[in-house]
Design a protein around this ligand. Structure first.
Ligand SMILES: [Ca+2]
Ligand SMILES: [Ca+2]
Ligand SMILES: [Ca+2]
Length: 304
């Protein structure tokens, strides 16, 4: 029977009473064995950097099935098979690829064509990356450009859900490098904010979303910050948008990426996002978003 020495859990929590352990788990479970298992799973989660690590946010409470106890996370699972909790060796990570754009409408400035560029960022609870595509020269209404560039790749080990941010700009006299650096900095500050709250995570909310409300605020809060950072940059801003991907608990349980919509050039896409503003141009951006399973080493329970 999977069980755990209560004393080892109390030791690791630095407390001496089981009543305190019950308070810490916040679970209504009455069984001391089950309470110890919940506490041990939480300890193992923290050993693995809680939501800043490969497991990401919890998508279930601790579930008891016969002698088994486990908790599902966006990235993987922590469970008991013997007397110490263990982690799944495979975790789920997200990949987001930009496959190009279509110009629905040019700006109304004097030149005969536009020079759009796209600053693309992906941020999750445990990582972020920002790239810039363009400026593309001489873009006219009705034209396509084809790309196949990952914003985050499997190797970046970013656990879903993620936020995909698009800052679409049109170059005139400004510096795309500078704009990119400013957006990158805004996204790096998201990670700093996450670091500041890591370790305070308790319990789960019960909705269908994976992202707790406070994390959603942090992940989407970059839009006003980005607006301030990019103000007066010399290039025209077309639009800033943010989309949350893989935030549905059911999708992560079934490990499901969106269905393929079609091909842009030679590359499949399963996500189309629009970026446009009246008189500044209008673009459709094409993406392929995926979930992959990768092997990871879970820091063991005994490590703390
Ligand atoms: Ca034109
Ligand atoms: Ca221009
Ligand atoms: Ca312009």
């Amino acid at each position: 029977m999977a069980t755990i020495a209560v004393s080892s859990v109390l030791d690791k929590l630095g407390i001496s009473s089981t009543r305190k352990m019950f308070e810490k788990t916040g679970s209504p479970e009455q069984s001391l064995r089950k309470q110890s298992q919940i506490a041990a799973i939480n300890i193992l989660y923290n050993n693995n950097k809680s939501f800043r690590g490969p497991l990401g946010f919890p998508i279930s409470d601790v579930i008891f099935e016969g002698q088994k106890a486990y908790r599902d996370y966006a990235g993987g699972q922590l469970y008991f098979t013997s007397d110490t909790p263990q982690g799944s060796e495979e975790v789920t990570v997200a990949q987001v690829r930009f496959v190009g754009f279509h110009c629905n409408e040019e700006s109304d400035e004097w030149s005969g064509s536009d020079e759009p560029y796209f600053i693309l960022s992906v941020a999750g609870a445990n990582g972020s990356n920002t790239i810039r595509m363009g400026p593309y020269s001489k873009v006219n209404e009705g034209e396509h450009r084809f790309e196949a560039v990952n914003i985050i790749s499997v190797g970046d080990m970013v656990t879903p859900p993620v936020v995909l941010g698009i800052v679409a700009m049109e170059q005139d006299q400004g510096s795309p490098e500078e704009a990119e650096a400013k957006v990158r900095k805004v996204f790096e500050s998201i990670e700093e904010k996450f670091d500041a709250v890591a370790g305070e995570l308790t319990g789960t909310d019960t909705g269908s979303h994976v992202l707790p409300e406070w994390s959603r605020d942090i992940l989407l809060g970059w839009i006003p910050e980005g607006a301030a950072a990019l103000f007066g940059m010399g290039d025209d801003e077309i639009e800033k948008t943010a989309t949350v991907l893989f935030d549905n608990k059911a999708d992560l349980k079934e490990w499901k990426a969106p269905a393929i919509i079609g091909k842009h050039g030679n590359n499949e896409y399963n996500l189309v996002l629009n970026a446009g503003r009246e008189n500044e141009g209008d673009y459709q951006c094409f993406f392929k978003v995926d979930l992959f399973k990768v092997t990871v080493e879970i820091v063991p329970f005994a490590a703390s």
